[in-house]
Design a protein around this ligand. Sequence first.
Ligand SMILES: [Zn+2]
Length: 262
Amino acid sequence: MSDIFPVVVGICLDAEAIWVGKAPENKERPVLLSHGAFAIREGLAPLLDVLDEHGVCATFFVPGMIADRYPDAVKLCADRGHEIGSHGYAHLPVHTLTAEQEEHELVAGLDSLARITGQRPTTWRSPSWEFSPRTLDLLLKHGVSVSTNYHDALRPYRHMRDGKPLPLVELPVQWHLADAPYFLYGGQIGRVIRPATDAEQVWTEEFDGLYEAPGAFYHLTLHVQLIGHPGRLRMLRRHLRHVRGRPRVQFMTSRQAASLVP
Ligand SMILES: [Zn+2]
């Protein structure tokens, strides 16, 4: 991995699932859900164009519920060369579920994407970046080989048990390398929306640092409903131009980056 610097862009296509997963009664709140519908209606097409412009093969994480509702959007992402990763079924936080519910969420999410793309996902992102004490075993049982959830390292690594390597690679993520802390807004969030340049500044500073750290990689987390607005997409274009300017950079999907881990 020393002569290349992997850059992975993981993009959640949550659409309405965030709000429905939080509280089923939100299904009756069309204006609230429209925050998520924006991803399909407006955000996705120009985001895909920005990725194409910069030769980025990303990983899109889609809850099964959203894949069932918008199969054409999932097919579009796959047809444009992106990896489709699973993001649960109903975007339920796994640490709040029973064992049966957690397994059902995982399997239903994988099944739904397999039906639509013809390929069973091997990469999984937990809704809300949480594991339960059972999650690791469930991932192994159902053929997930790449997790993008832990925050504990600058480098991809293999999960271990009792000193022995498991067939599951972690691509660690960081909150400061996600769009949500800058742009996610709502009555209960209690946060001020930041200018896109704030995210750009933090991402660029950290990218430059990681680029110099031996064996490190750069893992950016985006949400279509948050990044897919015109001014933020301009920022993303600038940022990707900066990233591409470094000679060792190689954009890759989560699966490709995980395959580099021995
Ligand atoms: Zn999500």
